[in-house]
Design a protein around this ligand. Sequence first.
Ligand SMILES: Nc1ncnc2c1ncn2[C@@H]1O[C@H](COP(=O)(O)OP(=O)(O)OP(=O)(O)O)[C@@H](O)[C@H]1O
Length: 251
Amino acid sequence: MESKPVIQLNSVSYRYGERDAVQNINLTVREGEFLGIIGPNGGGKSTTLKLMLGLLRPTQGVVSLFEQPLAQFKDWNKIGYISQKASSFNARFPATVREVVETGLVGQKGIWWRKRAENRQKALEALELVGMTEFKDRRIGDLSGGQQQRVFIARAIVKSPQLLILDEPVEGVDTEAQAQFYDLLDRLNKKHGFTMVMVSHDIGTISKKVEKLACINTTLHYHGEPEEFMQVSDLSNVYGHDVSLVHHHHG
Ligand SMILES: Nc1ncnc2c1ncn2[C@@H]1O[C@H](COP(=O)(O)OP(=O)(O)OP(=O)(O)O)[C@@H](O)[C@H]1O
């Protein structure tokens, strides 16, 4: 039996001004899936994520989250988001790692300061899950890019969401930290059951890590197994001629 849909885009289009950024997208993400979203620059990947997060309302079509239409959906604690610009803290930023993770709980029901002990405990558990316990009292700005990324994952999961949405989270970190980061994502997905959606420019790497791939260039060009995409798809069709440029663009 197929697992429950977590995100459903039904004939979704979004237009900034005169031009459709995404057009007539039909896409379902099911419980427990790890979906990678790829596509050329300006192809509509971030717009698709914003539609999934309710940050943009579709110009046409319907977005449903956890089987509820967006207009009725209120349970935003079920969704954790890591944006493109998550890391890049400057070394003088005064917060500790634990404090940064706790900010993921601001906005929760109840009076925040009354729950201080409980919040601290939750932050420690999230740090444990991402393997960053020993860094809890360090300043966030003193950490490497790869370590900061793990802290941002902890901040996104501290409120125990079921769905994690990540926008290009492996930019600007070295290859080893990237490999560790993918291992962490894999563990969160397979062991802890998070449903995951992640945008990436690195087609080669992401297609090895996810179970489903969606390729978006305004319309949905492909949705299915990554192996099949790599075999059958003519990438130059979607990306224009210089595929290797796209491939290494941010590397
Ligand atoms: N706020 C905005 N106002 C007007 N046009 C926008 C806005 N944001 C995005 N666009 C346009 O919509 C299209 C899709 O952009 P989007 O950022 O979703 O693509 P992307 O695939 O995430 O790109 P990239 O890989 O470069 O991050 C592009 O043509 C972009 O110029």
